[in-house]
Design a protein. Structure first.
Length: 72
């Protein structure tokens, strides 16, 4: 399943670090984080998508504690 989410990230360097962290989350097939558009695009396993997204949020918070990912 592919989905896009709005994300608040402060700089391009942080976006790149977040993208690398998200790609390492088990179940994530591909991910991009764009500082310019403030978007997170993610492709992950359909059957565990919500669980994977919880792990994605945790991974992003480790990189940039004040980032926000709008899941709804």
């Amino acid at each position: 399943m592919k989905k896009k989410f709005r994300v608040e990230v402060d700089c391009a360097n942080c976006a790149a670090k977040m993208e690398d962290a998200v790609k390492k989350v088990p179940g994530v097939k591909d991910a991009t984080v764009s500082f310019m558009t403030q978007k997170l695009a993610i492709e992950a396993d359909d059957d565990r998508f919500e669980e994977i997204m919880r792990d994605v949020v945790k991974a992003c918070k480790k990189v940039e504690p004040d980032c926000e990912i709008y899941l709804k």
